[in-house]
Design a protein around this ligand. Structure first.
Ligand SMILES: [Zn+2]
Length: 444
């Protein structure tokens, strides 16, 4: 459960892959449940092997795209195989109804996704399906929720809510293979249903957004967290099929790459190496309140959530041995305003992204107003999935919301990195020292 918008996990254990310089990108989508509950998860892992350099010379790749510095497969057509177990896939029709599709339909959606990418480039990029026994460039594999969980645990990642995972391996800018995993339905405590969402366009044709997203990961593209309607936005919005096409920048980039540069264009506007943008670090800095006490209000929260927030504020005061750092106001706008949301409100995600989404399950979104170098207002939106609502004690979720409210945005202490509504507030020493730097009065 969790995730920072573009959350990079550096892996300590390198799998025994006999190729050097492998960068393994694992990016997970999403998810939406069923009915009004909203929930998503995104993960990006990046792994680089700094050893095994002696193997370099053994590998020779015949590259048909020698003019291209962007990450790419070295030949066309790019082959793919589909190997998913014969389970049923459920999907959310976006009208509050969950429907089910069989394996063949799921496979067909995957084929459609490859076709749509190919067509979008005017046939410049070509894919060819091969059967699972053959060696393919991209392996599309179905995993059961259990298998997916085991797989992700190897990557020190949580699998809740994950329906798709797109990976690729590369040697410098040459992609040697891709793997895409999908997982079908998952029950959650007998109540909520993880769903495979399926979008259709106005002409009733299926637009397999998840499949396209994952394929683009395996082609080298990373997330674009700055544009809500990008196919590479890191999460899928509940009850929305807002993404209706592949970004023109991505199409132009693919045409450029797979024409070996003969078609005009480049990839500078996309998030593909070497143009990789680290959105999670970009433009983020800590913001500071001028002085304590700071007033705060809580809006739209049910009493357990309100209680949890207030508890975490008391814990904070206790840990720093200070009284009345925060003063509660009822029903009026304060310096800090917490808002509880069950789902991703349309007006929030339609609006310009003021601050990146962080974590997708649960999620926090922060807005700040600064005046003369100091914070004058923080609005912190907490998005509670239902399993968080079942947790009665204050958790790292509320703690991180408080950290954000007081302007701490850059610290990556253990209490923040993996925030979740099931952990009891940690107050990592790293975070505490950063807070003391920001607010020297907390150390006295
Ligand atoms: Zn993704």
């Amino acid at each position: 459960m969790k995730e920072s918008d573009v959350y990079v996990i550096k892996l300590s254990t390198v799998k025994t892959i006999k190729i050097i310089g492998i960068i393994l990108i694992a990016v997970i989508l999403i998810w939406s449940w069923f009915h009004s509950q909203s929930d998503s998860s995104q993960l990006q892992t990046q792994q680089s092997s700094d050893s095994q350099i002696e193997n370099t010379s053994q590998i020779e790749i015949n590259d048909q795209f020698t003019n291209i510095k962007e990450q790419h497969y070295t030949h066309l057509p790019i082959t793919y195989s589909i190997d998913i177990p014969s389970e049923n896939y459920y999907f959310d029709t976006y009208y509050g109804k969950v429907a089910m599709v069989g394996r063949e339909t799921k496979e067909q959606d995957i084929r459609t996704a490859f076709k749509l990418i190919e067509n979008s480039t005017g046939g410049i990029v070509k894919f060819r399906e091969v059967n699972p026994q053959e060696e393919a460039d991209i392996h599309v594999i179905g995993l059961t929720p259990l298998e997916m969980g085991t797989f992700l645990s190897e990557y020190n990642a949580s699998s809740d809510g994950t329906l798709g995972l797109g990976l690729h391996e590369n040697i410098t800018n040459k992609i040697t293979n891709g793997t895409i995993y999908f997982q079908p339905i998952q029950y959650y405590e007998n109540t909520a249903l993880w769903t495979y969402s399926r979008c259709t366009l106005a002409n009733k044709e299926v637009f397999p957004d998840t499949e396209i997203h994952e394929i683009l990961h395996s082609l080298g593209f990373y997330h674009n967290p700055t544009y809500i309607n990008s196919i590479m936005f890191p999460m899928k919005l509940t009850n929305k099929c807002n993404v209706k096409n592949i970004d023109s920048e991505i199409i132009q980039c693919l045409r450029y790459i797979y024409s070996n540069g003969s078609l005009i264009g480049d990839c500078a506007l996309t998030n593909i190496p070497p143009y990789l943008k680290n959105y999670s670090l970009e433009e983020k800095k800590d913001l500071i309140w001028n002085s304590f006490p700071i007033t705060y209000s809580i809006f739209n929260c049910e009493s357990p959530e309100k209680y949890k927030l207030q508890n975490v504020i008391r814990d904070f005061e206790t840990v720093f041995k200070k009284k009345n750092l925060f003063v509660y106001n009822e029903n009026t706008i304060s310096q800090i305003n917490f808002y509880c949301n069950d789902t991703y409100y349309e007006n929030l995600y339609e609006s310009e992204i003021a601050d990146y989404w962080e974590n997708f399950q649960p999620a926090i979104k922060s807005y700040y107003v600064e005046n003369m170098g100091y914070l004058s207002r923080s609005d912190i939106h907490l998005f509670y999935p239902s399993d968080c609502k079942r947790v009665s004690y204050a958790s790292n979720f509320e703690l991180v919301a408080l950290y954000r409210a007081i302007g701490l945005r850059t610290e990556e202490g253990e209490d923040i990195k993996d925030f979740s509504c099931s952990y009891i507030p940690g107050f990592s020493s790293k975070t505490m020292s950063r807070l003391k730097e920001m607010y020297p009065s907390l150390s006295t």
